[in-house]
Write a protein that binds this ligand. Structure first.
Ligand SMILES: [Zn+2]
Length: 265
């Protein structure tokens, strides 16, 4: 058998079709988590996965698992995935690439008639961005036992809408328990969130570290002249660092705005 190769044109076409959902005039994507656009993107991903012969399951926090059966379906699955939600001024590839790359792997295995030993799952995690609801990596965090489903469901967006109710509104509060099952391996393909590969003229790299951003918005009381200062604190710690070693860097932004405007930010 030839070495299986993915179909790059097919992957590109799927990325472009997905990017139409929530497309912005500037060429990017605004597909906030649990919005109507998020639902549309999820529906499209599921339709494509069903076409590829996958079994779909959705857990109680809305994570979608598209499963391609293995030769021994009792084995723990090999997983890959990412997210379909974006920032308000997101791009076409952040998240969507990792999800659709998983789909392309399954389509390719089908093309070549490959039966893998373990099952393979492509995943779309709920609310990775932490933009509309501010806990980022919420779906994967509940899966990993970092957050409780109750806390995430109770969180609210800027309009006071509850995560849990929005999840139900778009029809993605699934029946499966979140996490608590064996995973053989997890891979995530992701576009680089920085300039380094491009600067070095490289097309691919392997992530060797990560950071854990923590965000807080602090607003000072109004001072004469309506000057407000909003400080954005960013705590960066290497994974596994003791709490006392957390390195805090902060960015302070001063806004010359009326108090009401500053309060609304
Ligand atoms: Zn991402």
């Amino acid at each position: 058998m030839d070495d299986p190769r993915i179909n790059g044109e097919r992957l590109w076409a799927s990325l472009m079709e997905m990017a139409r959902i929530g497309a912005t005039p500037a060429g990017g994507v605004c597909r906030l988590t649990l919005s109507d656009f998020d639902k549309e993107a999820r529906d499209l991903f599921i339709a494509w996965c069903e076409d590829a012969g996958c079994a779909i399951s959705v857990d109680r926090i809305g994570n979608i698992f598209a499963r391609r059966a293995g030769g021994d379906d009792g084995l723990a699955p090999v997983m890959t995935g990412s997210h379909l939600d974006t920032q308000p001024t997101g791009g076409k590839f952040d998240g969507a690439y990792g999800v659709l790359a998983g789909l392309e792997v399954m389509r390719t295995l089908n093309d070549y008639g490959v039966e893998t030993k373990a099952p393979f799952e492509a995943i779309a995690w709920t609310n990775e961005e932490g933009c509309r609801f501010t806990t980022s990596m919420a779906g994967s965090g509940v899966f990993a036992g970092i957050y409780t489903i109750e806390d995430i469901r109770a969180s609210t967006d800027a309009d006071g809408l509850k995560f849990g109710e929005e999840l139900e509104r778009i029809g993605y509060a699934g029946a499966e328990p979140v996490g608590g099952r064996a995973v053989a391996a997890y891979f995530e393909a992701h576009i680089e969130q920085g300039p380094f590969l491009e600067a070095e003229n490289k097309t691919i790299g392997v992530v060797t570290g990560n950071n854990t951003p923590k965000r807080a918005m602090i607003e000072e009381p109004a001072v004469p002249g309506g000057k407000h200062v909003i400080a954005l604190l960013v705590a960066n710690a290497p994974l596994g660092a003791p709490v006392g070693a957390i390195f805090v860097r902060y960015v302070t932004m001063a806004f010359e705005q009326a108090p009401a405007q500053a309060a609304a930010r």
